[in-house]
Write a protein that binds this ligand. Structure first.
Ligand code: URA
Length: 231
C-alpha cells in the first residue's frame, strides 16, 4: 500500500494533509525519513508519524452499548447515529452490524469488516442474539411454550424455537437465532404480551461488557474477534 494511503486509512488526515506531513519529513519507514508519498510499504515495515508508530489494521471491531434514542445507521438527518458515539480517531468505513430499534439498548457491533458482517447477518447462520425484555405483564407457562416452539409473526414461516428464561415476573431473557424486523416485539405481541423495554446483552457468542455505560464503546479483544468468526 502507498504510504499516504496507509496514513489516511489510519485516520491521520486527508490525503493532502498526510502528503504534507510526508514532504515535511515527519514520516519514517523503518527509521528512515521518507519524503515520497507514493512509497510502497509492506507488512513488517515500521511507519512512524512525528515519532509515533502508526500500526496498520485492516479491520476495526467495536462493541457499543447503544443507548435509547440513537439510530443504528451511518448517517441520519434528524437523530444521533451510533457512529457518532464512537471515539474520534476511528477509521472511515465503519458501519453497525445489523440494527437495533431506536428505543432498544445494548450490544451493537460496529466494524468495517463487511465479510464478517455478512456472515453474522446471513439468515441461514442462526447466530444467537440474547435480549432482556421488560414486559407489560407476566408471561404465562403456555405462552412460554409457544415462544419455545415458534410463533407466527406474519412471516412465511413461524419463528425458530427460542429460549425463554423468567428473571422476574415481567422480565425475561430471550435467546433467538434470527434477526427479523422488530422480531422480539412481534414475538411477544404474538403471545398477547407487549415489550416495554428491550436490551441486547449477547450477540454471536459475545456478551455485553458490563463496564460499558450506555453510549460507551471499546474495541473487541482478539479473542472476541476470533469467537465472532467462529460463531
Ligand atoms: N427485536 C426487536 O423487536 N427490536 C430490536 O431492536 C431487536 C430485536
Amino acid at each position: 500500500m502507498r504510504l499516504d494511503r496507509l496514513l489516511c486509512e489510519m485516520n491521520k488526515g486527508a490525503r493532502s494533509r498526510v502528503k504534507e506531513y510526508i514532504r515535511q519529513g515527519l514520516v519514517t519507514v523503518d527509521g528512515v525519513v521518507v519524503r515520497d508519498p507514493g512509497r510502497r510499504v509492506g507488512d513488517g515495515e515500521c511507519v512512524t508519524l512525528q515519532g509515533e508508530e502508526v500500526i496498520f489494521k485492516k479491520y476495526e471491531y467495536y462493541m457499543l452499548n447503544k443507548p435509547g434514542g440513537v439510530v443504528s445507521a451511518t448517517r441520519d438527518n434528524v437523530s444521533q447515529t451510533v457512529l457518532e458515539l464512537l471515539p474520534k480517531g476511528r477509521r472511515q468505513g465503519l458501519f453497525p452490524v445489523g440494527r437495533l430499534d431506536k428505543d432498544t439498548e445494548g450490544l451493537l457491533l460496529v466494524t468495517n469488516d463487511g465479510e464478517l458482517a455478512h456472515r453474522l447477518l446471513s439468515p441461514g447462520r442462526h447466530v444467537d442474539k440474547v435480549y432482556l425484555a421488560g414486559l407489560v405483564k407476566p408471561l404465562e407457562e403456555a405462552r412460554i411454550r409457544c415462544l419455545e416452539q415458534g410463533v407466527d409473526i406474519g412471516e412465511e414461516k413461524p419463528t425458530l424455537p427460542a429460549r425463554v428464561e423468567i428473571l422476574e415476573p415481567a422480565l425475561i431473557r430471550l435467546t433467538i437465532h434470527e434477526g427479523k424486523y422488530h422480531q422480539v416485539k412481534r414475538m411477544l405481541q404474538a403471545v398477547g404480551n407487549e415489550v416495554l423495554t428491550l436490551k441486547r446483552i449477547g450477540f454471536g457468542g459475545l456478551a455485553l461488557d458490563p463496564s460499558l455505560a450506555p453510549g460507551e464503546s471499546r474495541e473487541l479483544t482478539e479473542e472476541e474477534v476470533t469467537r465472532l468468526h467462529e460463531s
